[in-house]
Design a protein around this ligand. Structure first.
Ligand code: TMP
Length: 202
């Protein structure tokens, strides 16, 4: 099973991924944990170029192609071999982030982004995607402004959010929207229940 996590900045995605990892470890379930862009030596180098705040001249097309390039490497080097070996793969962000950030927020359009990513991903589509559904206005103040994408205005992140919501509606149930609770343990419980229902974990 291939599971991905998506959402806007500062919604608690990393915390929830850490809690899921702990839960799976404690219940004796193995998984391969990845993040995008990154998780191979080459993809981490590409991540450095994409997120470097000094790269103010980067065009939207370059950005989209770099995310796709980092993905092409990760799919072939890690994701495809792991799935072929029957392992569970859990990835922090993937294709839906490209559609939301580059397709919607940068304005490149869903078709362009999906087209370049069909080369990048081959057919490694997630089986289940957990979308942590929180509007950026609710979390924006807590986000650090360290990297190039985090430095974008709230209006940019609002478009990202709209992109995730639109994709959830047309995903035929692949993307599960999880509204975060005040207590993170309750959000965690909702995620576990959703992944169990999809047969992704025990
Ligand atoms: P992270 O901070 O969650 O690790 O993600 C890095 C940043 O890259 C985050 O701002 C979201 C963005 N991103 C895209 O714009 N397109 C993509 O395809 C991916 C995977 C991430």
């Amino acid at each position: 099973m291939f599971v991905t996590f998506e959402g806007c900045e500062g919604v608690g995605k990393s915390t929830q991924l850490a809690m899921l990892k702990e839960y799976l470890k404690n219940s004796g379930q193995e998984a391969v944990y990845l993040r995008e862009p990154g998780s191979t030596e080459i993809s981490e180098k590409i991540r450095g170029i994409i997120l470097d705040p000094a790269n103010t001249d980067m065009t939207a097309e370059t950005e989209a192609l770099l995310y796709a390039a980092a993905r092409a490497q990760l799919v072939r080097q890690v994701i495809r071999p792991a799935l072929d070996a029957g392992k569970t793969v859990i990835c922090d962000r993937y294709i839906d982030s490209s559609v939301a950030y580059q397709g919607y927020a940068r304005g490149l359009g869903e078709d362009f982004v999906k087209k370049i990513n069909s080369y990048a991903m081959e057919n490694a589509m997630p089986d289940v995607t957990i979308f942590i559904d929180l509007r950026p206005s609710a979390s924006f103040r807590s986000v650090s402004r360290n990297d190039r994408l985090e430095r974008e205005a709230l209006s940019f992140h609002d478009k990202v959010y709209e992109g995730f919501v639109a994709q959830t509606a047309t995903s035929n149930g692949r993307i599960v929207s999880i509204k975060p609770e005040k207590e993170k343990i309750f959000t965690h419980n909702k995620i576990i229940a959703a992944l169990r229902e999809k047969g992704a974990i025990r």
